[in-house]
Design a protein around this ligand. Structure first.
Ligand code: DC
Length: 221
């Protein structure tokens, strides 16, 4: 079983989807981490991200794996390295790459075939798992999303300039929504949940209700 959860950056997706997976006894797949892993691998090998063939060859040659909440590239734990501002700034070049997206979607399907998964990303309900029995689109207003991002950066001890956070977010939204391959879209059959003004616990409860209703409907049919 796959529960597909998509939505823009900063809607609180990773925190609540992890908790949802725990509650349901499902595994969790963070697909953004896979795009970040390829970006980190390219940067750490001084590969030009504009080198389309080189980036694709790299994406096909490295092994991306998950060990609980750790992200491994060829066995090396890169969970922290993939969250640096440098990777965040550059990941768009990898997420824009048609061949890399194909490869990572294939890997996502292979991983999800091994059990019950909550899969989080931008294209899970539309491209990776169009037949998922439960699809959720997690959304929030730009202000709330930016506030969450600021909080995350402060917690990570990073310097925060609010105007810069808003500008970066606008740019990422523009790139995520308008790219030719794998743009962020709400699947027609996804249930939209807005997380503005809601605590994490409230959102997890809401998602759990949706998921349990879908699981019940699935076992009746
Ligand atoms: O969710 P995140 O910030 O870790 O995602 C990193 C980048 O990868 C972001 O630019 C969106 C992109 N992404 C994507 O294109 N498709 C996915 N399924 C997941 C993430």
């Amino acid at each position: 079983m796959v529960i597909a959860i998509d939505g823009p950056a900063g809607a609180g997706k990773s925190t609540v989807t992890r908790k949802l997976a725990d509650r349901l006894g499902f595994s969790f797949l963070d697909t953004g981490a896979m795009y970040r892993a390829v970006t980190w691998a390219a940067l750490s090998r001084n590969l030009e991200l504009s080198d389309s063939d080189g980036v694709l060859a790299l994406a096909k040659s490295i092994q991306i794996a998950f060990d609980a909440d750790r992200v491994l590239v060829d066995g090396e734990d890169v969970s922290e390295q993939i969250r640096t501002p440098e990777v965040t700034r550059n990941v768009v070049h990898v997420a824009d790459h048609f061949g890399v997206r194909d490869r990572l979607v294939e890997l996502q399907r292979e991983i999800a075939a091994t059990g019950n998964f909550v899969c989080e990303g931008r294209d899970q309900g539309t491209v990776a798992f169009p037949d998922a029995f439960c699809k959720i689109y997690l959304n929030a207003s730009p202000q709330y999303r930016a506030m969450r991002r600021v909080e995350q950066m402060q917690n990570a001890g990073q310097y925060v300039d609010f105007d810069q956070v808003i500008a970066d977010q606008n740019l990422r939204d523009e790139q995520d929504l308008n790219r030719e391959v794998g743009p962020l879209r709400r699947a027609e059959d996804a249930i939209e949940v807005n997380t503005d003004n809601q605590s994490i616990a409230d959102v997890v409860n809401a998602l759990e209700r949706i998921a349990l209703a879908k699981i019940a409907a699935r076992s009746e049919s």
